[in-house]
Design a protein around this ligand. Structure first.
Ligand code: KG4
Ligand code: ZN
Length: 333
């Protein structure tokens, strides 16, 4: 079946076409209109501007996605759309667009959770991957472990108690004057520095919990940078990036090991924008080799927000009988 999928939860307007069936997971087109350049001027996403930019982009990318896939709207069997979590005004743009398209053309409409979508990006990269498994979602808004019992049944078993890991990377990147958003730039810079140069607090909290806390690390690094600035001292940016990344990688790796042990799973799936981080991938890979567990992560082009992942998850929601009617709404959290 052909799926047309939409995503507008934050600052990417995205539309994708997928061909899915029992033995087929094919991404036919994947169009993303990014607003990064607009929000870079403000150092963060401005919700009002994001909603307006989604409205401007959505029709155009829909035509592009259908054309690139070589299909027409008549051939679409289901329309899938992210309806939460995310920025409410941003979400409402694609929810309403998808709703209108679905009801005007008599096509089933399927609402999709953004977080489950991130995990489902792995179904497109690893076409043999099936639940159950342990999932770790690391993004700009989330850092959580899930027990993925089936394609649609998720149980959150741990999360961050404050900031998400992506927020931590972005804030430190911003204070160091790195390009927005800071995560990708921090990844590159960390490769040039000494990971043992500076000792920063661990986001791992304690050995008794799978939860994280990133606010202490974030504040410690920002204080370090402010103190250096006040003293007029040069900031060893690569060492800061490497040392802070080390703290994050060690915490994530140790929690992955604990979570595998606690759940008994021998399979872990990483997802979300921060899953592109080369140091985190290497850290988890090492732990999995040690524990004899399989490690899955999405192709780099599927790590950030996109509609391909929404279509992949939407397919399994569709099979489960999930449908939305005219009253479909968006939810922020
Ligand atoms: O999943 P995503 O695109 O949006 C949310 O749903 O939040 O994640 C965006 C986050 C941003 O914080 C961005 O800086 C981070 O993913 N990110 C990275 C890397 N690439 C993107 N963080 C660390 N290393 C990267 N290579
Ligand atoms: Zn996301």
């Amino acid at each position: 079946m052909y799926i047309l999928a939409f995503e507008s939860s934050c600052d990417e307007t995205a539309c994708a076409v997928l061909e899915m069936d029992e033995n087929k997971r094919i991404l036919k087109s994947n169009i993303i209109a990014s607003q990064v350049d607009i929000h870079a001027l403000y150092g963060g996403v401005v919700p009002e501007i994001a909603s307006r930019a989604h409205i401007e982009a959505v029709s155009k990318i829909t035509y592009e996605a259908l054309e690139a896939a070589g299909i027409t709207l008549d051939e679409v069997d289901a329309i899938c759309v992210t309806n939460g979590p995310g920025l409410i005004g941003a979400l409402l743009v694609c929810v309403n667009f998808a709703k209108s398209l679905a009801f005007a053309n008599n096509i089933p409409l399927v609402p999709v959770d953004h977080i489950k979508g991130h995990v489902a990006s792995n179904y497109l990269t690893h076409t043999e991957l099936e639940p159950p498994f342990l999932a770790l979602v690391v993004s700009g808004g989330h850092t959580s472990f899930f027990d993925v019992k089936s394609y649609t049944e998720y149980e959150e078993i741990a999360s961050t108690r404050d900031d998400a890991v992506g927020e931590c990377f972005d804030k430190i990147g911003r204070v160091m004057g790195l390009p927005y958003p800071g995560g990708a730039a921090m990844d590159r810079l960390a490769k040039e520095g000494d990971r043992n140069a500076i000792s920063f607090p661990s986001p791992a909290i304690s050995k008794d919990t799978l939860d994280f806390s990133f606010s202490g690390l974030k504040t410690a690094v920002v204080n370090y940078l402010n103190t250096k600035n006040q003293k007029g001292e040069e900031i060893p940016r690569a060492n800061v990036a490497a040392s802070c990344t080390r703290s994050i990688v060690e915490a994530v790796s140790s929690k992955v090991q604990m979570a595998l042990k606690k759940t008994g799973y021998k399979k872990i799936v990483l997802a979300g924008g921060v899953s592109a981080n080369s140091h985190i991938r290497a850290g988890i890979d090492k732990v999995c080799k040690k524990c004899g567990a399989e490690f899955y992560a999405p192709d780099l082009f599927l790590c950030g927000d996109n509609a391909a992942m929404i279509g992949a998850q939407g397919y399994y929601e569709y099979l489960d009988g999930v449908r939305a009617d005219e009253s479909l709404n968006a939810y922020p959290s």
